[in-house]
Design a binder for this molecule. Structure first.
Ligand SMILES: NC(=O)c1ccc[n+]([C@@H]2O[C@H](COP(=O)([O-])OP(=O)(O)OC[C@H]3O[C@@H](n4cnc5c(N)ncnc54)[C@H](OP(=O)(O)O)[C@@H]3O)[C@@H](O)[C@H]2O)c1
Length: 291
């Protein structure tokens, strides 16, 4: 299988790239702003860079894990968010059609309004911020224009991350340096270990599956509970955790308060890939020891 992985320099992309290399799949990964050894340049805003990579590699599967995934940045720069996440996805869809390939599109629990999570695949999306809207438009284009696709929704990814950008890593490094952590007790998600997500995508590809799948952790918990779990597992001082309400955080983009995903559909196909927070954080801690 010849796989083009767009966004191989991101937290999911990096893990998926390494997991597929171990399986000896023929994979080409791309970066956008952070040049990394072994990866090729592709910018979703730059049609020529897309054409060049497709001409060079002729992929059979394209995993679109790249894009603007920073929720507040999308709210601050809506034009950029649309250009990358919506128009960029359309450019990729055109190429997927031209090459008769399959597309794996990464999406989010933020396509929902968060009134009634965790959500199943068939629940009705109603995004409350620009990021969620751009991802939903991406999903709709994929479903409307392609037959051979997978839409993978996930939630609150954690795991090794070379840029130290994901929430769990920020919490760990802030608590290690005695910085105060504001954790919302009314903001829920289903934190997802990046290894589970990567494994689920690989299994769905190996089994030739199509359609929409949720891949998420098994715990539906508030940020406050999540931060306390991180502190327990990484032996951090809980005195620095301050329990607040979501509205106190004054975030630029509104958040769906109770989003999160119900992933029972994939657990019927891929056994034992979904982890609780305690299980996933323990695996993550072991991986950190080897750095
Ligand atoms: N992180 C989460 O908690 C979460 C939750 C739900 C869904 N998701 C979705 O899962 C996917 C992967 O997320 P992630 O957390 O791994 O993202 P990430 O760590 O923020 O990485 C984003 C990736 O996209 C690339 N990228 C950024 N702008 C680009 C552009 N204009 N053209 C091409 N590539 C571009 C980045 O490359 P450079 O760094 O080299 O610029 C990087 O490789 C995204 O679709 C995201 O929406 C993430």
């Amino acid at each position: 299988m010849k796989i083009l992985l767009i966004g191989a320099s991101g937290v999911l992309g990096n893990r998926l790239y390494n997991d597929t290399i171990k399986k000896k799949w023929n994979i080409l990964g791309t970066y956008c702003s952070r040049e990394s050894e072994g990866l090729c340049y592709l910018d979703l805003k730059n049609r020529k860079s897309i054409e060049k990579i497709f001409r060079l590699f002729s992929p059979e599967v394209i995993v679109l894990a790249g894009g603007l995934a920073d929720v507040d940045q999308c709210q601050i720069k809506p034009k950029l968010a649309y250009e990358v996440n919506v128009k960029g996805t359309l450019e990729i869809i055109k190429k997927v059609k031209q090459y008769g390939a399959k597309l794996v599109f990464l999406s989010t629990d933020y396509v929902f309004d968060g009134k009634d999570g965790p959500y199943k695949e068939k629940d009705r999306p109603a995004p409350v911020n620009i990021y969620g809207r751009t991802k939903l438009e991406g999903e709709q284009s994929v479903k409307g224009l392609l037959k051979n696709y997978l839409i993978i929704r996930t939630s609150q990814i954690y795991g090794l991350d070379s840029r130290s950008k994901n929430f769990a890593i920020k919490i760990i490094s802030n608590m290690q340096t005695n910085k105060r952590i504001y954790a919302a007790c009314d903001f829920y998600s289903t934190p997802t270990y990046v290894g589970s997500l990567s494994c689920g995508i690989i299994e769905l590809l190996e089994k030739g599956r199509g359609g929409t799948f949720n891949i998420a952790g098994t715990d539906f918990i508030s940020r406050c509970e999540y931060v306390n779990k991180i502190a327990d597992i990484f032996n951090l001082d809980k005195r620095f955790i301050k329990k607040v309400k979501l509205r106190d955080l004054k975030l630029r983009a509104p958040r769906p308060p109770k989003a999160g995903l119900n992933a029972t559909k994939i657990s019927g196909i891929s056994k034992n890939i979904l982890l609780s927070c305690t299980q996933g954080l323990n695996v993550f801690k072991k991986e950190m020891r080897f750095l």
